[in-house]
Every structure is written in C-alpha cells, then in structure tokens.
Ligand binder design. Structure first.
Ligand SMILES: [Zn+2]
Length: 449
C-alpha cells in the first residue's frame, strides 16, 4: 500500500527529528506493581503445545517468573482470567498505522491532499489504539510519509496515546514511477518538484545509500524497499522489478552497516530474487515467487511475510462492488489468484514465515484474522501462533525482549478465551492486553481501565 504524502516538500528540514531512538520505553511509566496472571492455559511463544495451567508473574514491566511452580509474591495483585489462554503480546510485522482505511479510493487520495499534517497525525492515533486493543503490542510499520510514523511511534513510547510499540521506516524506498513513489498517478509538475531521495525515491546506488542515511538520520528503526511493482499503485505492473541489483545491494549493505534490518515489498519473482541476493531480511507479500526464489529464501533464512489480509481485504471490496480503479482491479485479481498457491509452496518448503497483515489496506484492528487465513491454507495453529510471536520477534531483531513468555522479557501479555490451538479464531477475541506491565484492556476483571 502506498501512503500519499504530497506536501512533503514543504516540511521544514530544521525540525529536530535527528538521532531519535526507537520506540522502546524511554520514559518509563510502568507501574512498580506486581501482577500474577493466571489462566487455564498458556502459549509461551515457542513450545509445540500449550502449558496448563498458565501463570505469569510481572514486576516493573518485565516478566519475573513463568509457570505454576513460581512462588507468588505477597504484595502481588492476582488476576485470574479463568478459561482462557495467555499468549505473548502479538506482533504484526507489516502495518501502515499512518494510512487511513477508506473504501472510497478517490476520497482516500483526496484526504491526504486536503487534510493538514496535524489532522492526519491525530487521525492515526485511532489506528494505533484499535490495533493495541486487538492484542498487537508491537508492529513493524513499513512505509509512511511526512514523518507521521516517527511522530506516532514517539507519542506511543512517551505514553501520550495508547498503541503498539512501533518500529518505523520513515519512507519506503523505491524507484521513480514505482510503487513507492508517492507522486505517481498525478500529473507532472503538480507538486513543484520531482520526487527524490528526501521522499524515498532513488535512482542509482549512490542515491540508494543516501536515502538509507536520510531515513536513519530522521528516525528509522528499519529500512523498507519496494523491489517490485504493487497492487495499489496506478502506473506500474504488479510484478516488474523496480530496483537494480546494484541499488538493492547498496540499500541492504548500508542499512545493515547502520544495524537496521531490511524488508522488501516484492510481488514478482525477479525483483524478490535481487532483494534476496542482496541479503534482505524479509520478503513482503511474495505473491508470484517461484520455486527458485523460495529455495533461495529457505537456504538463506529469509523470512516471508505473506500479508494474506491484504488480498482478503481487497476481495471483500470487490465482493461488495466497491469502486476500484480498473488498472488496480486487474492487478488485484491476478495477485489474489496467485498468493495462496505461493503460500502453500513456501510452507511445504519450510521457508520461515512471519505474521504481517498490511493493516490499512483492510480496516485497522482486524489484524488477528491473518492467523486463520494462514491456518486455512494448511499451517498448523501452533505454528501460526509462533509466526505472530517468536518468529516475528526474531525477524524484528527483538528476540531478547519480546515474542515469548520467559523470565526477563518485557511484560507484553495478552489473553484469549478458550483454546486457540483448537480454534485459531479465538485470537480474534483478545480480551486482556498488557504492554510492558501496563494493563490496557481487561474485560474479565476489576483491573479494567
Ligand atoms: Zn504494505
């Protein structure tokens, strides 16, 4: 999905956004309180079976102990969630929290031209809140504009607004006229300049390095590239390669030197292979990946983030008869047909699969429906749960902090009714959300806020 950010050229460069740290608790507002969370079952994020019963002790925003053998501190508040399953806070590795969902394609385009950046920034806070309440405590937010993602990440980190911990990209980097050129589809000259590295649009390895450095300078936790065309862009084919091998090599090399992970939007096989060869950490969507591309990923340990909710959301619009511009509709139909087959091939080959949803292409807050889409295509429920917890934590480079219920990890804990291994759709009913020891939702107890 592209985020239009057409007035970027007016953003004063003197804004002191430089050298901002990531979304991790800079200003701790964590209650020093000790909680004991109890439930009939627990998924620890890595085991092949649920643990019964579930028990997690939380102190100072971290997990102090796990398992029913742990001794319960005298001053602890015990929260017994009953017939439920405790899980690590869920992770969505592909969101666009700063993209407002609208079924009206033209209105969505116009909103980004009409609304002030301030209004757009405030709008995004609703997306953050609904995502957290769905049980998603961390997101990798992959492509924004006007520094909306940096602002939202920091506001969440500083407890100004509730939302998931965010890893942000600043811009998604791509070629002139490609999927990540936010000026494509508009008449030449409309924005007074041709998009360039400051907008995330690059041509040639030198500009590629420069754009990575700019994103890093202005607050990116990771680097996103558009290696092929996309569905929701007007002027490109969905599967064409859009960056050269040299450009991708430069982007990934520079990003990794700066200790930033990389993700490539890629539908077509050729663009994906270039990204994989360059050492990309994940392929996003992967719709038309062939056997060779999947084998390369398997061999190198490259993650696939299949974003099944994106075509699912577009299919819902098609079914409702929503107007979709004809070039986009044709691309969407081709992508929907191919994506499921590719997922099943990747699963059979044992390619690492992360959970990511492309939130914003479908209404924010429905992220956890991705789990059942993966299970419907043959993934074991326990493996689907791993993909949205420990696998994503590994992909994000945060395996030491989140993704499992283990002593010393941040206290990101959610609960769902019943048993999500028996019925994966229980993850769509998260009723308890704790992030870094703070309870944001508890529909079963007096501690609800
Ligand atoms: Zn996307």
């Amino acid at each position: 999905m592209r985020i239009k950010s057409c007035l970027r050229s007016l953003l004063p460069l003197c804004l002191s956004l430089a050298a901002l740290p990531s979304g991790f608790g800079q200003t701790q507002k964590t209650a020093a309180k000790t909680y004991v969370l109890k439930a009939a079952r627990m998924f620890d994020g890595k085991s092949n079976a649920l643990v019964k019963p579930g028990l997690v002790i939380v102190t100072d925003g971290k997990i102090a102990a796990v398992g029913s053998a742990a001794s319960i501190p005298a001053d602890a508040e015990v929260i017994d969630l009953g017939d439920a399953t405790l899980l690590p806070g869920l992770i969505d590795a592909h969101t666009h929290l700063t993209g407002m969902y609208s079924e009206d394609y033209k209105q969505r385009e116009l909103d980004t031209l009409h609304k002030t950046i301030a209004e757009q920034a405030i709008d995004t806070t609703a997306n953050a809140k609904v995502t957290l309440m769905a049980g998603i405590t961390t997101v990798r937010d992959v492509g924004s504009g006007d520094f909306l993602d940096v602002g939202l990440r920091n506001a969440i980190r500083d407890h100004i607004v509730p939302g998931p911990r965010m890893l942000v990209t600043v811009h998604a980097l791509g070629a002139t006229g490609g999927h990540c050129d936010s000026e494509d589809g508009f008449r030449a000259g409309l924005f007074g300049h041709e998009s360039g590295p400051l907008d995330g649009v690059i041509n040639g390895p030198d500009q590629a390095r420069y754009a990575v450095r700019l994103d890093h300078k202005y607050g990116a936790d990771m680097i996103k590239v558009c290696a092929t065309g996309g569905v929701l862009s007007l002027t490109d084919d969905v599967d064409t390669p859009q960056l050269t091998q040299e450009e991708l090599n430069a982007i990934v090399d520079e990003a990794h030197a700066l200790r930033r992970k990389t993700a490539a939007h890629a539908h077509g096989a050729e663009g994906a292979k270039r990204a994989i060869r360059a050492g990309i950490d994940s392929i996003e969507h992967g719709t038309f990946l062939d056997d060779e591309a999947l084998d390369m990923m398997k061999q190198r340990g490259t993650y696939l983030v299949p974003t099944l909710m994106a075509p699912h959301g577009i299919q819902e619009q098609i079914d409702k008869g929503t107007y979709i511009p004809p070039p986009i509709l044709a691309k969407a139909k081709a992508a929907i047909a191919a994506g499921h087959q590719m997922f099943q091939k990747a699963l059979a080959k044992g390619v690492k699969i992360g959970m990511g949803t492309d939130a914003g292409v479908y209404p924010h807050g429905r992220n956890t429906e991705e789990f059942h889409l993966m299970v419907d295509l043959g993934m074991k429920p326990i493996d689907a749960l791993k993909s949205g917890t420990s696998a994503d934590a590994d992909l994000l480079g945060l395996a030491d902090k989140i993704g499992t219920l283990e002593t010393g990890k941040l206290a990101d804990v959610v609960a769902v009714p019943g048993d999500p291994v028996e019925n994966i759709r229980q993850v769509e009913h998260v009723f308890f959300v704790m992030k870094e020891g703070i309870i944001y939702k508890n529909e079963r107890g007096p501690s609800a806020k």
